[in-house]
Design a protein around this ligand. Structure first.
Ligand SMILES: Cc1cc2nc3c(=O)[nH]c(=O)nc-3n(C[C@H](O)[C@H](O)[C@H](O)COP(=O)(O)OP(=O)(O)OC[C@H]3O[C@@H](n4cnc5c(N)ncnc54)[C@H](O)[C@@H]3O)c2cc1C
Length: 401
């Protein structure tokens, strides 16, 4: 049976190489691997280790520190390929943090951090997989964080609570976002916030960090935690970026990351469509293959067309970033993220419908794709927040928050 044809986007030789190499690594992990890890809620250590051994977790780290020095137009290829190869959005979520949480260190880390830590992250000897931003009272409104870091000599003393901190069980470092100046002491709510690099083992040995996994039903390949910090001491030299102005540093690079997440959703949609088309070509009901019914065929054809189109937007934006201004990139990155999340969800839904009852049987994987795609519409930012951005910045409508 002919397979679905996906290769319309011309790739540079670098992109071709990345696609081939990542495809080769992903080829070592079959559908059962992802299914079992999802079922057992286990982090895909073997997959992450193989990526690390081959230098891929250090993709964003500059070559001078032993990393890959990869650009956004290369990252979209890598992450799309991981999702499309079988693991879907869940697999990219397990890996994404290990690559992207290093970014503020690359761009804003002081010399000691860069010299000491980046080479270890590049080889996978250490990982930074966790970002502690969200709190029980601060999700979409991240500047409402209440976790406080109070200066005491050459240390900060941190107290507060975080929620949804992903992969803290498998990470050596946590990038913690805290208020280093109380809200009342600053004019703008975006001021007075800093990023602190926390050594997780050190925090545990201080008895200053407690964590509890959140029981969840989506992206089970990585865990997310409630975290309590009590009198955690962090050296001032572990401040990443500008002291009291770290929120702005955190925002840098966010658009690139949104594009990469969009590429992950594109890969996820491809996977769901591939699986559904294969089944629709095989399964016979009323003496004909179900794929000949337009009610099965058309949603898949529509998802396919949307995948081609969203992919073009993602790749073209990644390519053009340097020639666009910040707001243009922001609009295209938010648009890509929004459209790709809708696509991943709708493609997974169409796949579940194609499989009929087997659509919710674990062994066919599309139920996992459906569960995982739902998250893409909520985190790291929700669809409404992407619409808010476009409504305000591109349409010039009044700010809604
Ligand atoms: C599995 C998972 C992993 C995560 N991992 C991390 C992590 O590693 N680190 C981290 O810091 N965070 C993480 N998060 C948190 C994630 O970033 C937040 O869930 C997300 O930003 C939404 O915040 P919230 O859940 O508090 O929703 P809320 O902010 O409470 O919003 C609830 C709903 O109201 C809508 N809403 C709110 N304000 C507006 C408005 N002005 N206009 C329109 N609609 C609005 C939202 O879009 C949403 O639909 C994770 C979340 C999940 C579920």
């Amino acid at each position: 049976m002919a397979s679905v044809s996906w290769d319309f986007t011309p790739l540079s030789s670098e992109q071709e190489l990345i696609k081939r190499e990542i495809g080769r690594i992903c080829g070592e992990f079959d559908a059962e691997y992802w299914r079992e890890h999802d079922k057992n809620k286990e982090y895909p250590h073997e997959f992450a280790d193989l990526l690390a051994e081959n230098g891929w977790l250090g993709a964003l780290i500059p070559e001078e520190y032993g990393g890959g020095g990869m650009t956004t137009d290369e990252m979209v290829v890598m992450m799309e390929e991981i999702a499309a190869s079988g693991g879907g959005f869940g697999a990219t979520q397990a890996i994404h943090g290990a690559i992207y949480t290093s970014r503020p260190l690359v761009e804003h880390g002081g010399e000691r951090i860069r010299e000491e830590i980046l080479p270890k992250l590049a080889t996978g000897e250490k990982t930074i997989q966790s970002l502690g931003l969200t709190e029980p009272n601060a999700g979409s409104e991240s500047t409402a964080i209440e976790t406080e870091a109070e200066r005491d000599g050459e240390e900060y003393v941190v107290n507060g609570q975080k929620i949804w901190t992903s992969r803290l069980d498998v990470s050596d470092y946590l990038l913690l976002v805290a208020r280093t100046k109380p809200r009342e002491a600053v004019e703008k709510k975006t001021d007075g916030i800093s990023m602190l690099l926390v050594d997780v083992e050190d925090a545990r040995s201080q008895d200053a960090l407690e964590m509890k996994p959140i029981e969840k039903t989506s992206t089970n390949l990585s865990s997310a935690f409630e975290v309590w910090l009590e009198d955690l001491r962090v050296p001032v030299e572990n401040v990443i970026g500008d002291e009291h102005a770290g929120f702005y540093n955190l925002l840098d690079g966010l658009n690139d990351e949104r594009l990469v997440i969009a590429a992950e959703c594109v890969g996820h949609a491809k996977l769901a469509i591939d699986r559904a088309v294969e089944y629709a070509n095989e399964r016979e009901v009323f003496d004909r293959r179900i794929g000949s019914n337009q009610s099965i065929q058309h949603p898949l054809a529509e998802a396919y067309m949307r995948t081609l189109s969203v992919k073009q937007t993602v790749y073209r934006t990644a390519e053009m970033m340097d020639s666009l201004n910040r707001e243009q990139v922001g609009t295209l990155a938010n648009a890509s993220n929004y459209l790709a999340s809708e696509l991943a969800f709708d493609a997974s839904d169409a796949a579940v419908q194609t499989f009929g009852g087997f659509g919710i049987a674990r062994e066919y994987d599309v139920e996992r794709m459906f569960r995982d795609a739902r998250l893409a519409k909520i985190a790291p930012i929700s669809q409404q927040l992407a619409l808010n951005y476009v409504g305000e910045k591109a349409l010039g409508l009044p700010r809604s928050f």
